[in-house]
Design a protein around this ligand. Structure first.
Ligand code: U5P
Length: 375
């Protein structure tokens, strides 16, 4: 098949999954064309059968807001013609699905170009609900030939929010279980923590939805009982809030801001516990990555997280904002080596049995075939 993939290039679950899927499809012999405004960060290496098309927007003084939708649509139309694309797979509906829709309509007399939209979360639950976007997103989801969601929770929410006729097909996110592996690196670990200290980790885009303040509060609570260190990986608007909270709780010297990192697998493997107390997660790819590296997870019981983290088995879940319960769960895990080991091993087992790339890429391939046969 010749597949066009539209995605964001930045640090986030949707761009990571789109890039990993593109690579897997290319290795299976499909011709894959990725569209974005920059090379996605997980797609920097050469891969035969994989082509990147940079969408560049004309810089003209009249355009206070660069017309990305038009530039993306033109690029799709151009590549669809020259490469003879069979279908478009859109990751993150805004603004990719409207662009794909426009391209499909423009090419309607020449060729069929079915569209599959994969909703990833905030495109539906946060941004899509905004009255500014709502009607356009509803229309373009209804006009997609197929819609998938990364969790059951998101599938149901997408259907309900937009009153979709069909429930989206659930195809969960996946993890590279060969890259995300448990590993020992005492030399690197010793740069952040003493052997007797616990190492807690959080990785995200530091947006308000991630509740960085809760991350720091949980860490401070744990540190009162068990001397610990906190690694914060990523960057974003809440960095300052996290720093202020760390100062307020007098733990700033124990909190290490590592900034954005490309190879997080190594950092996961150093850690004893992963914290994800988000307001909302439609899947929580970072929680799955932690599990694959044998790191138990303490997270919010929200959105699709209970479909990834098994409460009491691979970590603990507590209602959003219940930092006391999250501290208690963290302490239970960190103070009981046997429980820690059991949860760590179970996490890896779950990643291997339910979230390996191969069967999930199979599910996408199968869905592509169904949609191509139907259209
Ligand atoms: N990520 C990085 N480096 C960072 C921040 C995030 O690689 O500095 C990756 C996570 O490892 C994960 C994705 O694959 O971005 C975020 O997924 P999610 O939490 O949005 O689901």
């Amino acid at each position: 098949m010749k597949v066009g993939i539209l995605c964001y290039p930045s640090y986030g679950g949707s761009g990571v999954i789109a890039s990993d899927l593109a690579r897997h499809l290319a290795r299976r012999g499909h011709e894959v064309h990725v569209f974005s405004y920059e090379t996605p960060f997980r797609l920097q290496q050469f891969e035969a059968n994989l082509f990147f098309h940079q969408v560049e927007v004309l810089d003209y003084p009249l355009f206070r807001f660069p017309p990305y939708l038009i530039a993306l649509t033109s690029k799709i139309v151009d590549v669809a013609r020259t490469a003879q694309l069979d279908l478009l797979h859109v990751h993150y509906a805004i603004p990719h699905t409207p662009a794909a829709y426009l391209a499909r309509e423009m090419l309607a007399r020449e060729r069929k170009l079915p569209i599959i939209t994969t909703t990833h979360g905030t495109d539906i639950t946060l941004v899509g609900k905004d009255p500014q976007f709502f009607e356009v997103i509803r229309f373009s989801l209804e006009s997609s030939d197929g819609v998938t969601a990364v969790s059951h929770n998101l599938a149901i929410e997408s259907k309900e929010v937009f009153g979709l006729e069909k429930t989206p097909r659930v195809i969960p996110n996946f993890v590279d279980v060969e890259a995300y592996i448990p590993q020992q690196n005492p030399a690197l670990r010793s740069r952040f923590a003493l052997p007797e200290e616990k190492l807690l980790l959080h990785i995200s885009n530091f947006r308000p939805i991630k509740r960085l303040e809760d991350v720091v509060k949980i860490f401070a609570g744990v540190n009162q009982v068990l001397p610990s260190r906190l690694l914060l990986v990523g960057d974003g608007p809440e960095k300052v809030t996290a720093l202020q909270m760390a100062q307020q709780l007098a733990v700033e010297e124990r909190v290490h801001f590592l900034g954005r990192q490309e190879n997080v697998a190594e950092i996961f493997a150093l850690s004893d516990l992963f914290l994800l107390p988000s307001e909302k997660e439609s899947f929580g790819l970072v929680a799955l990555e932690a599990m694959a590296c044998e790191v138990p997870v303490v997270a919010s019981k929200t959105g699709g997280l209970p479909e990834v983290v098994e409460h009491g088995l691979t970590g603990y879940l507590a209602p959003v904002g219940h930092t006391d319960a999250m501290i208690e769960g963290s302490l239970k895990i960190l103070s009981n080596p046997l429980l820690h080991r059991q949860m760590a091993e179970r996490g890896r087992k779950v990643a291997l049995s339910r979230f390996r790339a191969e069967p999930i890429v199979d599910a996408y391939e199968q869905y592509y075939k169904e949609i191509l046969n139907e259209s």
